[in-house]
Design a protein around this ligand. Structure first.
Ligand code: PRX
Length: 648
């Protein structure tokens, strides 16, 4: 039996929802789904009210997902303008720099001016409603301004995480045909500088990019030298000096695209996950309010990067739609030292802190003294996202960081889901370490076996969602068929998450991890196929297979098996070269932890690589390889094991 932590008294007294309120509201959201979502839509302002609430079919041959379709709104107006009457002087964004002596606060009034000016700059560069704009930005307030400025004029942003390479950036610019890239000279992380502009320059040179890219807007962040291309580049500070500080918001249909965000899948190149305006904002607002039990005046901090969905929904859109004060942090957890997170909590009196298990594990390893040297009395609630949190890390977070006073919301969701789907609510859910617990409003999770048969009661299976919610992705940008094939074809009539889960006797969900070939490295999604195809593009590589293996800090590490071309010898120098190659092709986020040269890979007689065996070898679990009799050449397994042992 796992431990259960009941809701602390202080939280129960102040929380927005208690257990019976959650149960009642959840039941209503399922029984009267449309009226529930019609009521929730009132949490945002509509220019023209909607008449239709939900128009959804999960059937493969007629797949469509539409919410509030005939309503109109503007997302940036909802995140800024409508707060001006009541909270113009309230801080909207607290920004904490990488350097601990640098921070600033931006009020809603100031945010309005910044976003209007930014929007006018976009217009002056010829950006129009529906155009795609790629953001490749540091974690500075201008990243949020740029997103909201796009939303203000109806441009569709595609934020590319700064840890992706020039090649990866180029692929994403081409895929969505961006006419503008917004970047900065350099970003700062942990005292180091990352040459963002330089990477954009390299991307701009790639074949295919020139066809679409018309301008590059550059924020002067560190002020260090950059190469300047007169025909393409514009300094942001020069452009804003020439524009008005008001910009009317463009009226958008609820189903007009708000953003594209690329994410890795089990096959092929990354997919452009498309989210639209009305439903996404309603869902981000609802979940931010209830999951984080957000009360007016709370200081809320999500440590994610805006390059990931967590940064979109829970640094920018959800909190700002709710008139919250949201903290943005430029740096990393261990710079200048491992108490940085908790020093930030003290400095800005943070009440709610939402971070990732990988950060928690890394800080836990450094010992309690870095935590204990800070007060953390302002903290009321802790959150976790991105990967399963192991009970040991959960316990440390709960005992040491939160001093057994702060509930932990372990939030399960995905880029595709737009917002959190399964999570405890602080005032309503007794906590079990390691469990994301119960579904949020309107969410109908189910567990199915390999044939799609629903499994009742306490059981384990593939996690699917049986009905739509407003924050759900609408399509894969430019490839609707891929959307249908990836999410709606494995189990007919349901959304397939790609995750496995267990449900216990109390109806709590325990996410067990991906059941497909997607890795989760420090909470970052990577497709094995993507890394493999980058490896085989190297001139010395004949074949490659990539699997995940348990890693103490990252959750999963990247283990690559590489077969070289005939006559090429594996060496440490070549290993290094391949790591550099991956960093160039995809980015530092995909750096392999292990490269093992293999004379051959285990394949079935039909030529399919048996990853199950490779996974076991990577895990050092040689005793449980399972049946290898179907292999074309069982002897390759002995070679692999021998080489693996030599690696240890
Ligand atoms: O496997 C699940 C894992 O992260 C995947 C989604 O990754 P991404 O789209 O990058 O979004 C991450 C941030 C929402 C999921 O399919 N995952 C996310 N949160 C959890 C999790 N696994 C277990 N527990 C979680 N709380």
């Amino acid at each position: 039996m796992s431990k259960v932590y009941s809701v602390p008294k202080s939280i129960a007294e102040s929380a927005l929802l208690n257990e019976s309120q959650y149960s009642k509201m959840y039941q209503q959201s399922i029984d009267n789904n449309e009226s529930f979502w019609a009521e929730q839509a009132a949490r945002i302002d509509w220019i023209k009210p909607f008449k239709t609430i939900k128009d959804v079919s999960y059937q493969k041959d007629d797949l469509h997902i539409r919410w509030y379709e005939d309503g109109t709104l503007n997302v940036s107006e909802n995140c800024i303008d409508r707060h001006l009457a009541t909270r113009a002087d309230q801080v909207a964004i607290i920004w904490e720099g990488d350097d601990p002596s640098v921070s600033k606060s931006i009020t809603y009034r100031e945010l309005h001016v910044e976003v209007c000016k930014f929007a006018n700059v976009l217009k002056s560069l010829g950006v129009e409603k529906g155009d795609r704009v790629t953001l490749y930005m540091p974690m500075i307030p201008e990243a949020a301004f740029a997103m909201l400025a796009c939303a203000r004029i109806g441009a569709v942003h595609s934020v590319v995480f700064g840890g992706f390479s020039a090649d990866a950036l180029a692929g994403r610019i081409i895929d969505c045909e961006s006419k503008l890239v917004i970047t900065a000279d350099y970003s700062r992380r942990g005292g180091k500088q990352i040459p963002l502009k330089n990477n954009v320059d390299a991307a701009a040179e790639k074949e295919g990019v020139k066809e679409y890219l018309q301008s590059v807007l550059v924020i002067k962040n560190t002020g260090d030298d950059v190469v300047w291309n007169e025909s393409l580049d514009y300094w942001y500070h020069e452009c804003i000096a020439q524009v008005e500080d008001d910009c009317p918001a463009t009226e958008m249909g609820a189903e007009d695209p708000l953003f594209i965000l690329y994410t890795s899948g089990s096959t092929g190149k990354p997919k452009g996950v498309l989210h639209t305006s009305g439903g996404y904002l309603v869902y981000a607002s609802l979940t931010h309010q209830y999951v984080f039990d957000y009360h007016d005046g709370d200081i809320y901090w999500c440590t994610a990067d805006v390059g990931w969905i967590t940064g979109h929904s829970y640094i920018v859109y959800g909190p700002l739609a709710n008139g919250a004060t949201t903290l943005m942090f430029e740096g990393v957890p261990n710079y200048p030292d491992s108490s940085r997170f908790w020093q930030i909590c003290d400095k800005h009196q943070v009440n709610i802190c939402y971070t990732a298990p990988t950060a928690i594990r890394a800080l836990m390893r450094e010992g309690d003294s870095y935590v204990n040297s800070t007060s953390r009395q302002s903290l009321r609630l802790l959150g976790s996202v991105g990967e399963p949190i192991n009970p040991e890390a959960w316990q440390w977070y709960y005992d040491v960081v939160g001093e057994q006073r702060c509930p932990i919301v372990d939030t399960w969701w995905q880029t595709e889901t737009g917002g959190i789907l399964i999570s405890p609510l602080p005032g309503a859910t007794p906590l079990k370490p390691g469990s994301a617990s119960r579904p949020l409003f309107g969410i109908k999770p189910a567990l199915v076996d390999g044939d799609g048969m629903e499994l009742p009661g306490a059981t384990e299976g593939n996690l699917v969602i049986s009905d739509s919610w407003p924050g759900q992705m609408r399509t894969v940008y430019g490839d609707h068929q891929r959307f249908i094939d990836t999410y709606f074809s494995t189990f007919e009539g349901r959304y397939f998450t790609g995750d496995g889960a267990r449900r216990d006797e109390d109806g709590y969900y325990w996410i067990t991890g991906r059941v497909d070939d997607v890795l989760n490295i420090s909470g970052h999604r990577m497709g094995t196929a993507e890394i493999e195809s980058a490896l085989v593009a190297h001139q010395e590589v004949a074949e490659a297979a990539v699997v995940g293996y348990p890693h103490d800090i990252k959750g999963q590490g990247i283990y690559t098996f590489v077969t070289l071309n005939a006559g090429v010898e594996g060496s440490q120098a070549l290993e290094k070269e391949l790591v550099q190659w991956i960093r160039k092709e995809i980015g530092p986020v995909a750096s392999p932890d292990f490269i093992q040269f293999a004379p051959g890979l285990p394949k079935t007689r039909s030529g399919k690589i048996m990853r199950r065996i490779l996974r076991k070898i990577a895990e050092d679990d040689f005793a449980n390889l399972g049946d290898i009799s179907t292999l074309a050449e069982p002897a390759v397994v002995d070679d692999l094991i021998e080489n693996r042992k030599n690696k240890n």
